[in-house]
Every structure is written in structure tokens, then in C-alpha cells.
Unconditional design. Structure first.
Length: 85
């Protein structure tokens, strides 16, 4: 494997990680919209409440993406345990 292939592989891996992270943040945002925020917040439609929802979506989505990407890395590393490429 030459240097160009390694750089290209790292680039694709980075792009994949970005899409997984952004995708899970969007999924988390959609799921958080289903909560009954009026029971937790006085003004659930205020800009502050919307910012809180966004920050929660980013934090939870990032944690989910971290788990998914770690799991993907672990499963792809299993091939080295069994000696196959």
C-alpha cells in the first residue's frame, strides 16, 4: 500500500466519521422534538429552550456517534485476530 492509498483511506475514514456524527445528531434532534418540553420548561418555544435542545442533541448525538464509530473500529479490528485481510 503506497502513501497515496493510505492518505485516501484516512480521508474516507474522516468523511465517514463526519457523516455518522452529523447523522446521529440529526436523529437525536428529531427524537428530542418528541419530548414534552412544556413539563420541564416554562417557555419551551423560547430561543433559550431551543438552544438547550440543540446543545442536548449535539451532546447526545456525539456520544452515540462515538459509540458507533468505536464499535465499527473494534469489529473491523477483529479480522487481525483471525489472521485474515
Amino acid at each position: 500500500m503506497n502513501d497515496d492509498n493510505i492518505y485516501q483511506s484516512v480521508g474516507w475514514n474522516g468523511l465517514f466519521s463526519m457523516f455518522v456524527t452529523l447523522g446521529l445528531i440529526v436523529v437525536t434532534w428529531v427524537l428530542l422534538r418528541e419530548l414534552r418540553w412544556e413539563k420541564l420548561l416554562k417557555h419551551p418555544l423560547s430561543p433559550g429552550a431551543q438552544l438547550l435542545k440543540l446543545i442536548l442533541a449535539i451532546a447526545i448525538g456525539r456520544q452515540l456517534a462515538s459509540f458507533v464509530l468505536d464499535y465499527w473500529d473494534w469489529t473491523s479490528s477483529l479480522k487481525w485476530l483471525f489472521g485474515s485481510n
